[in-house]
Design a binder for this molecule. Structure first.
Ligand code: PGA
Length: 218
């Protein structure tokens, strides 16, 4: 099984996200060995959930959840708010620490909430020294210097380096390993063929449905 997680970050309007999904669904061929999780900005989640309701192996997830569960936290979107709507979430993306100065402690608190609400979480780490909660099903390695500036064409890591890092993590046998950082339609084949990598967190190259499909079909 390979997992393809699209991280749209802070891109698109509702209309553009609908158009993306229309194009995607017109060209998408379900495959029981491939799971696709699309993480749009929060406001588009419900509409996209409706659109994929008849499609096999495609899911909508969130890019983050609040560190708070509920209460007087204006503007926050919590695991409680999202429960019953999504079942996948990204936790601890490096851009949360880079731009929002969130610490590992905050990521762990979010992770606990995601766990409490039964979400499957893609827990992100930046290097082999980053801790991760022991119960997470997916650890996503995305080196900050490999993340693109939005076009999916940055400094992606050579497979050898990624596998070396994975070995250092000494993951439990049932913990899956995801790579993110400038994965695109040109470099994905090398990654895809490696049994060491269970899936991909794709930012820039997921913004275009044809590019995202090319990665899935590689
Ligand atoms: P990128 O983003 O594919 O644009 O490098 C990856 C990520 O940040 O998840």
């Amino acid at each position: 099984m390979k997992y393809f997680i699209a991280n749209w970050k802070t891109n698109k309007t509702l209309q553009l996200s609908i158009e993306w999904m229309q194009t995607f669904l017109e060209n998408y061929v379900p495959n029981e060995n491939k799971k696709i999780i699309i993480c749009p900005p929060f406001p588009f989640i419900s509409k996209l959930n409706e659109m994929i309701s008849q499609s096999a192996h495609v899911y909508i997830g969130s890019q983050d959840i609040s560190v708070y569960e509920q209460g007087t936290y204006t503007g926050e979107v919590s695991a409680l708010n999202l429960s019953g709507i999504i079942k996948y979430t990204i936790i601890g993306h490096s851009e949360r620490s880079l731009h929002m100065h969130e610490s590992t402690d905050i990521s762990f608190q979010k992770s606990k909430l995601a766990h409490k609400y039964g979400f499957v979480q893609f827990y992100c780490i930046k290097n082999e020294n980053d801790p991760y909660p022991p119960y997470v099903e997916f650890v996503c390695y995305e080196a900050i210097d490999a993340i693109s500036t939005g076009d999916g064409k940055g400094n992606n890591k050579p497979l050898k380096i990624i596998i070396g890092l994975k070995r250092k993590l000494a993951l439990q046998p049932n913990t899956k390993f995801i790579y993110g950082g400038s994965v695109n339609e040109n470099n994905c084949k090398e990654y895809f063929n490696s049994p060491e990598i269970d899936g991909f967190l794709i930012g820039g190259a997921s913004l275009n449905p044809q590019r995202f499909l090319a990665i899935i079909n590689s």
